[in-house]
Design a binder for this molecule. Structure first.
Ligand code: DGL
Length: 276
């Protein structure tokens, strides 16, 4: 009967609404975005996928990265996700067009927060830290051209930053020395906004704060804006989980079980950590 049909539709819709959100990164870095989703969307189930086997992406070419990202997205779709947050600037730069062409589900991508930094700058100089893949991408080049007459934009590849975070060395003297080397020239050139254009970099924000010292400089982390965007998409597609839904969190990786356990441990750390 029509009545039964109607109630089936309703049941299916509820199953879809309570489906998980997929969060994807090359490795541990996307947990800095996951954290924001975890805190602000308490009814949503989250499945995090860290492509630990193929990390880092930053120095790989478009074909390679597109293939990795495609595989990860398929695995998340197999798990029934309703929306995917690509919590990786490099993956967005190289593969978001491919994903939008090939998959129908709502996607949120990530790019360096040039605009908010340009608007907030008092000195007229902003610094962007990101991987080579992101800085060389069309998206970033177009965005920075748009703000080039408003602010001077300095860029720096965070060489070694991803590796430091992936090996849990972000609190070491070695990390501090590396951050000092790459960040100080931008500060000396007058940058008062430092855009964290890679989701691994907020894990180094304590080291960055030490290098910044007394200077009035902001670290610009896009995680909160990405969470708002995900929330808006859920609303637009009528996909928010029901208030009585009990969320489940899960972690997946292309690497081994040891890596998966590290993702879990890091997610626990990041829930309470002050990272920006
Ligand atoms: N976390 C990624 C990003 O936001 C990149 C890390 C990598 O190079 O794999 O760009």
């Amino acid at each position: 009967s029509t009545h039964a049909g109607g109630s089936n539709v309703k049941k299916e819709r509820r199953a879809m609404n309570n489906a998980p959100i997929g969060v994807f990164d090359s490795g541990l870095g996307g947990l800095t975005v996951w954290r924001e989703l975890y805190r602000k969307l308490p009814h949503e189930s989250l499945i995090y996928y860290g492509d630990g086997k193929n990390c880092p992406y930053g120095d790989k070419n478009r074909e390679e990265v597109t293939a990795y990202v495609d595989l990860a997205v398929r695995r998340l779709i197999d798990r029934g996700v309703k929306l995917i947050v690509v919590a990786c600037n490099a993956a967005t730069a190289m593969a978001i067009d491919h994903l939008r062409r090939n998959y129908a589900l709502p996607l949120v991508g990530l790019e360096p927060a040039v605009k908010p930094a340009a608007m907030a700058s008092r000195s007229g100089v902003i610094g962007i830290l990101a991987t080579a893949a992101t800085l060389n991408g069309r998206l970033f080049r177009e965005t920075s051209q748009r703000y080039a007459d408003r602010v001077k934009i300095l860029t720096q590849v965070g060489e070694g930053f991803v590796e430091l975070v992936e090996s849990n060395r972000e609190q070491t003297p070695e990390a501090l020395a590396r951050v000092d080397k790459l960040l100080r020239p931008m500060l000396d050139a007058g940058a008062d906004q430092i855009v964290l254009g890679c989701t691994h970099y907020p894990f180094l924000s304590a080291a960055m704060r030490r290098v910044i010292g007394e200077r009035r400089v902001d670290l610009v982390n896009p995680a909160a804006a990405i969470e708002r965007q995900a929330e808006a998409l859920l609303r637009r597609f009528d996909l928010p989980a029901e208030p009585e839904h009990t969320p489940q969190d899960d972690f997946m990786t292309s690497a081994d079980e040891t890596y998966r356990q590290r993702l879990i441990a890091k997610s626990e750390q990041v829930r309470t950590m002050d990272i920006d």
